[in-house]
Design a protein around this ligand. Structure first.
Ligand code: FES
Ligand SMILES: [Fe+2]
Length: 302
């Protein structure tokens, strides 16, 4: 989100996320040090508590109260599902549930892979909702079989709490034998769990089977950079085997993800939106849906 932040834990394990900028003279706190549960600025040694307030100005002496204005911006934070969630909007009394997929049972284990993409996070998300790219970008992996004709796709929208937006997506690509592709309105909902799911703001699930899922979290950095967190979930719990399965799963994910990255980082503009002058096709329906909801959320309208 174009902002430098610092994350640190105090001795009680309490996680603090704050702006990486000392309010005194603008130095990066991340180059300072931790000292008795406070973060100490490397420049003049001002100390800040995990809630952001300055608790010591050494030059003024231990017996002086630091000015209230010396306060670092902190972000509400929650830890769940092996991720750190940061609340970006204005402070609230109560926060909504963290976005997750309840359909992933606690009995599953996972391995995570992290990869940097030189693009805006919205482009990386759209790519995961793009069913037309499969036979081209992934012609020798998950898109094998030359199924270039895109029926629908069928995409539905769900909401489970205020501000929740979940997109369900079923892929119905076929080999082109001269038939016309079905319109999204002609698609009937299959009797199976959606193949792909995206939950705003930034998590995605690929339901491979009841025992195998792929989850991606798209972490924004700035307008031209993001991080992909790729999780491979499975049920093999035996030590040794668990690592091997995780390793193979992650490796094949990486191969597929790199096929995407090579192409997606060339898209311009970096940041996707409605009305950026792209000429879309019928199969781009889920991308339009994503853009519409995202714009609505940014404008505070949905
Ligand atoms: S800039 Fe941080 S203490 Fe002066
Ligand atoms: Fe892809």
């Amino acid at each position: 989100m174009n902002e430098k932040i610092i994350a640190w834990r105090n001795s009680m394990g309490i996680l603090s996320i704050m702006a990486d900028r000392c309010p005194h003279r603008g130095v990066a706190l991340s180059s300072g040090k931790l000292s008795s549960d406070r973060i100490q600025c490397p420049f003049h040694g001002f100390q800040y508590a995990s809630y952001g307030s300055c608790v010591l100005v050494p030059a003024n002496g231990k017996s002086s109260e630091p000015p209230k204005a010396l306060h670092v911006k902190t972000y509400p934070v929650r830890e769940a599902n092996g991720f750190v969630y940061i609340w970006w909007g204005e402070a609230r009394h109560e926060y909504p549930p963290v976005p997750w997929f309840e359909s992933i049972p606690d009995t599953m284990v996972y391995s995570t892979l992290r990869d940097h993409w030189a693009t805006h996070y919205s482009r990386a998300i759209e790519n995961q909702l793009d069913v037309m790219h499969l036979p081209f970008v992934h012609y020798n992996t998950i898109g094998r079989g030359n199924r270039t004709l895109v029926n629908g796709p069928l995409a539905t929208e769900e909401s489970h709490w205020v501000g929740d937006h979940l997109i369900n997506l079923w892929v119905a690509n076929e080999i082109d034998d001269g038939q016309k592709p079905k319109k999204p309105s002609e698609m009937t909902k299959p009797d199976r769990h959606p193949f792909l799911q995206f939950r705003f703001g930034n998590i995605w699930q690929n339901w491979i089977s009841d025992n195998i899922r792929i989850v991606v979290a798209f972490a924004p950095i700035d307008n031209e950079n993001m991080l992909m967190y790729l999780r491979f979930y499975h049920t093999m719990r035996f030590p040794g085997l668990r690592q091997i399965v995780g390793w193979f799963g992650s490796l094949s994910n990486l191969v597929i993800e790199r096929q995407d990255r090579r192409v997606v980082i060339t898209q311009r503009p970096y940041r996707s939106d409605l009305n950026i002058g792209e000429i879309l096709a019928q199969g781009d329906g889920p991308i339009v849906l994503y853009r519409r909801i995202r714009k609505g959320l940014i404008d505070g309208k949905v």
